[in-house]
Write a protein that binds this ligand. Structure first.
Ligand SMILES: NC(=O)c1ccc[n+]([C@@H]2O[C@H](COP(=O)([O-])OP(=O)(O)OC[C@H]3O[C@@H](n4cnc5c(N)ncnc54)[C@H](O)[C@@H]3O)[C@@H](O)[C@H]2O)c1
Length: 274
């Protein structure tokens, strides 16, 4: 992109900087709690969305809704992010349809079906699955689509670590609930954080920016006791909503963040500040 060489802010259209009009954004885990808000926000800002998720998540339905509501081009491409052939297909089909990719958002996750098992009981199979989908999936998306961006000389990548790659889970949070946070999840997210910083530096001179969004406690009809516990430990004394996370994505995908790379935008209500 061409950055205007000026010290005169009156020459700048600041609203336009946030526009995603005409941009093509691939979102993995698009049908999830946060993914859905990402898709909607990107479409409202004029972006064309590639709704990428596993077939069971019914990405076609979401793509159709987005098209109807926002009048932008949206397509669904089923993907299993941990399989390279599937990710290559995602890139190829997107390029066949749109001819380019401007943004990549890695918003998928797997916590495994035994996600709240205590550390002592985590089996290798579950550990491997979480690392495979979360970390390897992010690696493959960045390798396949990020390399394409580096070759064309522009692109914005947003990955998603977690508060639990920044700090450890406070075990008191789960008292009186059936919830918890598995170690494999934290470990996979720590890997995503390190990988994202690595790539931010690796591709900085290729026009590809790599940033992270770290949400926290996004409300999804949680158990009442969990919400109470959460409010006690949170500086803002409440959980967040998926639509509070999405504006950060618009900033990071758009030209508004043209000088931002390697940053981890915490949308966590101050959880890690005390
Ligand atoms: N919800 C939170 O409070 C929170 C907090 C911190 C970080 N995060 C991170 O934000 C991201 C989005 O979270 P969410 O709450 O929307 O999660 P979610 O579980 O609601 O959605 C995850 C999506 O990933 C998809 N997915 C699962 N396996 C996949 C695979 N193999 N290939 C492709 N897609 C696959 C699922 O179908 C689902 O649509 C995740 O990376 C998560 O770890 C969430």
């Amino acid at each position: 992109m061409n950055i205007q060489r000026t010290t005169d802010p009156s020459k700048i259209d600041f609203k336009e900087k946030f526009s995603l009009k005409g941009k093509v954004i691939v979102i993995s885990g698009a049908c999830g709690l946060i993914g859905r808000a990402f898709c909607e926000a990107v479409a409202q800002f004029g972006g064309n969305v590639v709704v990428a998720d596993i077939p069971q998540a019914q990405p076609e339905k979401l793509a159709e809704d987005l098209r109807k509501r926002n009048g932008v081009e949206c397509i669904a491409i089923p993907v299993e992010v941990e399989k390279k052939s599937s990710v290559i297909q995602l890139k190829d089909k997107t390029l066949e349809t749109f001819g380019k990719i401007d943004g990549l958002v890695c918003a998928h996750q797997n916590k495994s079906h035994l996600k709240f098992d205590p550390f002592e009981n985590i089996c290798e199979e579950n550990w491997d699955k979480v690392i495979e989908v979360n970390l390897k999936g992010t690696f493959l998306l960045c390798q396949v689509i990020g390399s394409y961006m580096a070759q064309k000389g522009s692109g914005s990548i947003v990955t998603m670590p977690s508060t639990y790659s920044v700090v450890a889970p406070n075990q008191n949070l789960y008292e009186g609930t059936s919830l918890g946070c598995p170690a494999a999840y934290s470990a996979s997210k720590g890997g995503i954080d390190a990988l994202s910083r690595y790539l931010a530096s690796y591709w900085a001179n290729k026009g590809v920016r790599v940033n992270m969004i770290t949400p926290h406690g996004v409300w999804n009809n949680h158990e009442e006791q969990f919400e109470k516990n959460f409010s006690r430990f949170s500086p803002m004394q409440r959980m967040s909503y998926n639509h509070e996370v999405a504006p950060a994505l618009i900033y990071l995908l758009s030209d508004a963040s043209s000088y931002v790379t390697g940053s981890n935008m915490l949308v966590e209500g101050g959880w890690t500040v005390w």
